[in-house]
Design a binder for this molecule. Structure first.
Ligand code: 5GP
Length: 164
């Protein structure tokens, strides 16, 4: 619909602390927070500090190729995390939103063969998400404006080739 969920940096600060508290209250103690770039980087940083976890890893996921064509499915871009780093680890995947859930499913499926346990934490989850995250700050069916992407970049960059 027309409505937007507008998250400010201030509200995000409170949201990520509350999200971390639900993880802690649940007794989940991750060895690694795995952030999904780019939006999940903000969430992962907040969670890692609040959960006193010093290991953050990152995976780049895009729905787009370097030439700007939209793919049916999201893809993991290089450098793909080394599976060895996750062997027998308890992983907490962090992202800003599970919308279709395809991005989270991709990363979760990548992890699941290697890790001791994998759970997911997101600020928002949409009702139709095919992945149901263990930790969700707020459910919404609205389009979300995140503080880090609501404004245009300060420079325009064209023809940027993504690592692959
Ligand atoms: P997915 O559909 O795979 O769950 O979501 C993939 C990505 O699309 C999210 O990580 C996020 O970057 C972007 N996205 C999905 N829904 C929204 C939304 O409501 N607002 C914004 N700003 N981005 C979204």
């Amino acid at each position: 619909g027309e409505e937007r969920e507008n998250l400010t940096y201030d509200a995000f600060g409170h949201a990520v602390r509350e999200l971390a508290q639900t993880v802690a209250d649940d007794g989940y103690v991750p060895d690694v927070v795995l952030s999904i770039a780019r939006g999940g980087v903000f969430v992962a940083g907040g969670l890692a500090y609040a959960l006193d976890c010093k290991n953050i890893h990152l995976v780049n996921v895009e729905f787009y190729t370097g030439v700007g064509t939209t793919l049916e499915m999201p893809v993991m871009l290089a450098p793909v995390p080394n599976a060895i780093d996750f062997t027998e680890k308890k992983v907490l995947i962090a992202d800003d939103v599970a919308d279709t859930g395809k991005t989270l499913k991709l990363v979760r499926d990548f992890c699941i063969d290697h890790v001791a346990e994998v759970r997911s934490a997101v600020i928002y989850e949409k009702p139709h998400s095919l992945v149901k995250c263990e930790y969700v700050w707020k459910k919404t069916d609205q389009w979300i404006n995140f503080p880090w992407s609501v404004e245009k970049p300060v420079v325009r960059r064209q023809g940027q080739v993504l690592d692959s």
